[in-house]
Design a protein around this ligand. Structure first.
Ligand code: F6P
Length: 324
């Protein structure tokens, strides 16, 4: 017979994302509503290894729905990458009487959850990363806030760049993925978007676009570069050399990972946190909570890790077609 779930551990791991707190809050409150004890695990898997935990109640998650970051702290644990570390984490779960663990984060977090499940611990993943690069889910918590933060910053930048008739080369986050760059690029009307997924020709995709823009009386050109491509200084230098225009680099950086989550992120996080607990109580384990075609669904963790999210090529084309 299925063992009854009485205590659920909750952790956040990897790069933080705005909305993680809202997910923690939803999971805690849904536990309490179902007479399950929620146990906050601090500093991700590292905290799990060292039993760095705190029992939570309704008050522990008061006033956090609108706060960025994560009240549980986060970490990338080297110890947990070893078999010995995973074994110790599972032992801690048994010692603390955790019947399941909700793991909130991105790809690395789910890899950790899979390792934990192989040690006999029931897990449930919730996708939260500003990169929106989780294959099984059309949306990840934090993406909307990060995109809006970047758009707000670039709009301000555009004002001054326009006055000086300069070219802006702007780096947005995304070490391995260009989803954020493309989305932000469309939203700010970028002249060109350079991402790791697609090869680009500097001459064709940057210089010619700027020249075309100038022929159409454009006075400011915005080049969005995903962090994974980098080389912004080099791009900037070459633009100046080849066009004779003044160019400046701006790296938005970690600001994109902070700040109050947007309504979309709060709502998505609340739904996912609630769903994760309900599904565990319904007997589901070793799954990732996913958002697909307007529904919250589950995908087995192993399958989820195999799924790759391809870049929205149509969105990328839209950006190019309406750039002038
Ligand atoms: O959270 C995802 C992400 O923001 C990536 O876009 C970025 O490359 C990475 O995290 C950087 O995180 P850190 O410097 O904390 O390792």
């Amino acid at each position: 017979m299925e063992q009854k779930i009485r205590r659920i551990g909750i952790l956040t791991s990897g790069g933080d994302a705005p909305g993680m707190n809202a997910a923690v809050r939803a999971a805690v409150r849904t536990c309490l509503m179902n007479k399950v004890i929620p146990v906050g695990i601090r500093r991700g898997y590292q905290g799990l290894i060292h039993a760095d935990v705190t029992e939570m109640n309704a008050r522990s998650v008061n006033g956090i729905i609108h706060r960025g970051g994560t009240i549980l702290y986060t970490a990338r644990s080297e110890d947990f990458m070893t078999e010995a570390g995973q074994h110790r984490a599972a032992q801690t779960c048994r010692y603390l009487g955790l019947d399941a663990v909700i793991c909130i984060g991105g790809d690395g977090t789910f890899r950790g959850a899979l390792a934990l499940s192989k040690q006999g611990v029931k897990v449930m993943g919730i996708p939260a990363t500003i990169d929106n690069d989780i294959g099984c889910s059309h949306y990840t918590i934090g993406f909307d806030t990060a995109a809006n933060t970047a758009v707000e910053a670039i709009d301000k930048l555009a004002d001054t760049m326009q006055s000086h008739e300069r070219v802006s080369v702007v780096e947005v986050m995304g070490r391995h993925a260009g989803h954020l760059a493309v989305y932000v690029g469309v939203a700010v009307g970028a002249t060109s978007i350079i991402i790791p997924e697609f090869p680009y020709s500097f001459e064709h995709d940057v210089i010619e676009k700027i020249r075309e823009g100038r022929m159409h009386d454009k006075h400011h050109h915005l080049i969005i570069v995903a962090e994974g491509v980098g080389k912004c200084d080099e791009i900037c230098h070459r633009i100046s050399e080849e066009t004779g225009l003044e160019a400046r680099v701006s790296i938005i950086g970690y600001i994109q990972r902070g700040g109050a989550p947007t309504a979309r992120d709060r709502v998505m996080a609340s739904r996912m946190g609630h769903y994760a607990v309900e599904q565990l109580l319904a007997g589901q384990t070793n799954q990732v909570v996913c958002y697909r075609d307007s529904h919250i669904v589950l995908t087995p963790i192993e399958e989820a890790l195999e799924m790759k999210k391809s870049l929205d090529a149509y969105m990328y084309r839209v950006a190019g077609d309406i750039a002038l």
